[in-house]
Ligand binder design. Structure first.
Ligand code: FES
Length: 225
């Protein structure tokens, strides 16, 4: 298995944003998921080669964080929070409605939709809350959750946007003054454009610093097609 040349170029572009190659491991793991629809051993080996980490180190990162999936999640991953605030305000009913509408139990996925329990997603003030491709919707009822699944099945949106989810299917929010979101998650899961945390918030590293600190030998032959 190898990645297309443009994917390798994109990976190297992301690596160049960081002082150390290994710091790019997390966005590269998302790229590995996107290439194959899930995280495979081969994908993790490619990430290891590109970052200079060992496969075991890459696997230890991937297995620590719940967003790295070794099984396909369909195009839309619906994460229903089941922690205490959401539980007390009806998360069980929301989850059952999602499972019934999708025709799937939590923990499973078909080609379009995956369902999972999530631990607190940081929206307790708007409980019960869900995520679709990690875009938030708060104040969800069982009836609205069912509508949301039917909308995903029928409309097949290319972009999942938290503001749109909230308008269509949400209720009470944690904060009325939340900053408007313009972009949303584009494309099938995993969908976090742009990959890499440094895309918008970090000025480009000056070339001298990059050359000095990001000087571990590259392994461009790994995964090159
Ligand atoms: S308990 Fe559900 S968002 Fe915190």
């Amino acid at each position: 298995m190898s990645w297309p040349a443009e994917t390798i170029a994109r990976a190297n572009d992301i690596i160049a944003r960081y002082p150390e190659r290994r710091s790019a491991v997390m966005p590269l793991l998302y790229m590995a998921m996107r290439e194959e629809g899930r995280l495979t051993d081969e994908g993790m080996r490619l990430v290891a080669g590109l970052t200079g980490l060992t496969p075991a180190q890459v696997q230890s990162v991937a297995s620590f964080y719940v967003m790295y999936k070794t099984e396909s999640q369909g195009k839309y991953l619906v994460s229903v929070c089941s922690s205490i605030s959401c539980f007390l305000l009806g998360a069980d009913e929301v989850l059952h409605a999602v499972e019934e509408a999708a025709g799937l139990p939590a923990g499973e996925a078909d080609d379009e939709i995956g369902i999972e329990h999530a631990e607190c997603i940081g929206a307790c003030g708007g409980a019960p809350a869900c995520l679709v491709n990690y875009e938030l919707v708060e104040g969800v009822t069982a009836a609205k959750a069912k509508e949301m699944i039917e909308w995903l099945r029928n409309a097949k949106p290319e972009v999942i946007n938290a503001d749109e989810l909230q308008t269509l299917f949400g209720g009470r929010r944690s904060f009325d003054w939340a900053i408007k979101e313009d972009n949303g998650a584009i494309g099938p899961y995993p969908a976090f454009p742009p990959f890499g945390t440094a895309a918008h918030n970090t000025p480009a590293l000056e070339p001298g610093r990059l050359a000095t600190r990001n000087s571990r030998p590259a392994t461009p032959e790994v995964g090159a097609s």
